[in-house]
Design a protein around this ligand. Structure first.
Ligand SMILES: Nc1ncnc2c1ncn2[C@@H]1O[C@H](COP(=O)(O)OP(=O)(O)OP(=O)(O)O)[C@@H](O)[C@H]1O
Ligand SMILES: [Mg+2]
Length: 160
């Protein structure tokens, strides 16, 4: 598997939102989470890049254990500088796209590779152009999020 979650638990205050979720995803596999509104789908996805920090459970990406906390709360704590590296191994399309409002579609897609992964700008630009074209957005690369429809913004977020 490229991603393995084991026993992910998450609480918000006293409220138990996730109760021991296991999930394994192999390369190229497409997995769909289905559940009632408020059942915890977004919370689980946010755990994978530590936007939510699980109360217990483990996260393994590419055979590297990125997070492992036992039920008693003991276990490896992640140093702050490691969190960005962990996040750079994942991508997320937010439910409310969260595009950077002051950047064009193209700049939104280039930002992560250039700032976090230190890719040369021209290389990031070429990749971004390709991905935006795949999403049918070649006409819209210089537009700002507010100038795009909801579906177009969502596809920029997918390209990003
Ligand atoms: N930051 C938070 N603090 C407290 N409770 C939260 C927080 N975020 C989510 N919750 C609660 O956790 C539960 C799961 O929310 P989550 O957003 O994961 O649901 P979801 O399955 O993605 O729902 P939807 O289908 O509506 O997007 C909900 O009851 C929600 O109210
Ligand atoms: Mg949700």
């Amino acid at each position: 598997p490229v991603l393995r979650l084991d026993g992910i638990c998450l609480k918000f205050g006293d409220k138990r939102v996730l109760n021991g979720i296991d999930l394994s995803v192999v390369e190229g596999e497409v997995v769909v989470l289905i559940g009632a509104s408020g059942s915890g789908k977004t919370s689980l996805l946010r755990c994978i890049n530590l936007l939510n920090v699980p109360t217990s459970g483990s996260i393994v990406i590419d055979d590297e254990t990125l997070f492992d906390r036992r039920a008693d709360g003991k276990g490896a704590q992640i140093p702050a500088h490691e969190v960005n590296r962990i996040r750079s191994k994942t991508g997320m399309v937010f439910q409310q796209f969260n595009l950077f409002p002051h950047m064009t579609a193209l700049e939104n897609v280039m930002e992560g590779p250039v700032i976090v992964k230190k890719e040369p700008k021209e290389q990031a630009r070429q990749t971004a152009l390709k991905l935006l074209d795949l999403m049918g957005l070649s006409q819209h690369i210089e537009k700002y999020p507010r100038q795009l429809s909801g579906g177009q913004q969502q596809r920029v977020a997918i390209a990003r």
